[in-house]
Design a protein around this ligand. Structure first.
Ligand SMILES: Cc1ncc(COP(=O)(O)O)c(C=O)c1O
Length: 254
């Protein structure tokens, strides 16, 4: 199916896909549609596609962090993200994870004690659903508390939901982005776990001002004119959802 999608792009969109080009809106529209299905009030201008969520996770500290600024992470966390935060010079503060996900009460203590010193973390990085590396999922109560805490203290929450779509048992929980009314959640997603990591396609949904700042530091501007079209053609007409259903059965069996 990927071969067919790639052949279609070459047959019908060769000029646009093989040249330097503007970002391809077709894939952004699909991402927006999936976010809306998830309950997020998403708009195309709030989405930026990048070379994997890894690129997004590298760009976020560029716009938020000066050396010495505090970034809060879970302990343990995904090394690929943590390394990028370290490179920005952030001072990482770790909050423990238990069987219900990040300990949001401990997080609140950290945020409060920083506020008492007149400091505010630049962002909180969390993997709320099927956390890497522990596999735990943040409970609904804690999700609500986290979103409230972010709004109360004005701290962005970077929600890395690489595994959200792979649930094969139990009831899905709302993403932090779906619970967020105030716009503090920066939702990062990827096609790596639902299609193929080698495609290097990820995305971010955030307030427009965050997207604008990310665009200023994303040196190449656009992302993969060819590959974004391949992914969009592969995914069209419900095919991505069918593929995800197949993956879920596969993981359940494993
Ligand atoms: C939590 C998490 N985020 C992001 C990624 C990387 O995603 P990408 O391939 O989109 O850079 C991974 C890959 O293991 C991951 O576990």
């Amino acid at each position: 199916e990927l071969m067919a999608a790639a052949a279609e792009v070459l047959a019908y969109e060769a000029a646009e896909s093989l040249n330097y080009a503007m970002s391809y809106p077709g894939l952004t529209d699909q991402i927006v549609a999936r976010l809306r299905d998830e309950g997020v009030d998403a708009q195309p201008e709030q989405v930026l596609v990048g070379y994997g969520s890894g690129q997004i996770l590298a760009l976020l500290p560029e716009i938020f962090v000066e050396p010495g600024d505090v970034v809060i992470i879970e302990g343990p966390s995904f090394l690929g993200a943590v390394k990028r935060f370290v490179q920005s010079g952030a001072r990482l503060v770790t909050v423990p994870v238990d069987e219900h996900g990040m300990d949001v009460a401990a997080l609140a203590d950290v945020v409060r004690s920083l506020a008492a010193e007149g400091r505010r973390p630049k962002f909180i990085y969390t993997i709320p659903t099927f956390h890497n590396p522990t596999g735990v999922t943040l409970s609904l109560d804690r999700r609500r508390q986290l979103v409230e805490l972010a709004a109360e203290y004005g701290v962005p929450v970077v929600e890395d939901d690489a595994y959200l779509d792979l649930r094969f048992a139990g009831e899905p929980l709302p993403s932090l982005a779906a619970l967020d009314q105030a716009g503090w959640v920066i939702r990062v997603g990827t096609y790596s776990k639902i299609l193929a990591p080698g495609l290097r396609i990820g995305w971010v949904h955030a307030r427009r001002e965050v997207i604008d700042r990310l665009l200023m530091v994303k040196a190449e501007g656009t992302t993969g004119p060819f590959i974004t079209r391949v992914v969009a053609r592969f995914s069209a007409a419900g095919r991505l959802e069918q593929h995800i259903a197949t993956l879920r059965r596969h993981y359940a069996t494993k």
